[in-house]
Design a binder for this molecule. Structure first.
Ligand SMILES: [Zn+2]
Length: 288
């Protein structure tokens, strides 16, 4: 199946009261693990690419071609969206040009008027090309590509203003944070989520910073209108722990244990296990 926009899969998720996972990719192993797990579990999936990861992988065109090639060679039949995560205005156009099927314009740090103007322009471009567009209101806390924010809560009226522009999904800060959650984290603000939902109606909502949010909070968020959940750090932690174990056990020193295909195998399996666990919690298994 060719890359698809995230619009239809998220509308189905919203109506079916489950969420589609966005799993960020960093390299070939990441991409392959996520695609294979989605296929195995018959789950729709969104591959997230931050601007930093795009740069690391030699540019958005390389990423788009790798993903398209993999979908074909691995005979992936489930719907896959290739999505720019937290895009700048310039980054959005680069990804549109590179063949991404979905983009996020993160204008949350701009004055609301400028966020509105740029989002509006991108809605027009994406509609014409059949791409889905995610917008953000209220900065998500934590660190993303060197930018550090606190766990803010979005203003529901500002959310409505952006949602009404015709975006396909909306990320609203509800106290969620990128990366690891601090021990004294007060949890998600379900009051904010409910207030946002009331204002934006049927718009699928996006929960960023899915790593480490307790399962019961995830499920409650889905019941309140969250249809897309972003996971990044959790796959990184799992990959690194498995790779560390392989090295610490001295397996790289045995036979051809130094072969990168062997060295990266435990980490790759750990990503698969993490993605499977998340898809089961999100309820997207068997929905493709
Ligand atoms: Zn995010």
């Amino acid at each position: 199946m060719a890359l698809v926009s995230a619009k239809e899969m998220l509308e189905k998720a919203r109506d079916g009261k489950y969420a589609v996972g966005q799993f960020n990719i960093n390299n070939l192993e990441w991409t392959k693990s996520i695609l294979q797990t989605a296929e195995e579990l018959k789950s729709p999936v969104i591959l997230g690419v931050s601007e930093g990861a795009g740069k690391y992988m030699a540019g958005f065109k390389t990423v788009a071609n790798m993903v398209k090639g993999m979908i074909e060679c691995l005979e992936i039949t489930v719907p896959v969206a290739l999505h720019l995560d937290h895009g700048t205005y310039e980054g959005c156009y680069k990804c549109i040009d590179a063949g991404f099927s979905s983009i996020m314009f993160d204008g949350s740090k701009l004055p609301i008027e400028e966020n509105v103007a740029k989002t509006k322009e991108l809605v027009g471009v994406c509609n014409k090309l059949g791409l889905s567009l995610e917008a953000e209101v209220g900065a998500i806390g934590g660190e993303e590509d060197g930018v550090i924010g606190r766990g803010e809560c979005a203003d529901p009226d500002e959310c409505k203003k952006i949602a009404d522009l015709g975006v396909d999904m909306l990320a609203a800060g509800i106290g969620n944070i990128h990366g690891k959650y601090p021990a004294d984290w007060p949890g998600l603000s379900f009051d904010t989520l409910a207030a946002v939902k009331k204002k934006v109606g049927k718009m699928p909502l996006v929960l960023h910073g899915g790593t480490g949010i307790p399962t019961d909070m995830i499920k409650k968020a889905i019941s309140l209108g969250v249809a897309k959940i972003n996971v990044n750090t959790e796959c990184q932690l799992a990959f690194t722990a498995a790779t560390r174990k392989y090295i610490e056990e001295g397996k790289d020193l045995v036979g051809k244990g130094f072969d990168p295909r062997k060295l990266l195998a435990p980490g790759t399996q750990a990503i698969k296990d993490t993605v499977k666990e998340k898809m089961e919690i999100f309820g997207s298994v068997g929905k493709a």
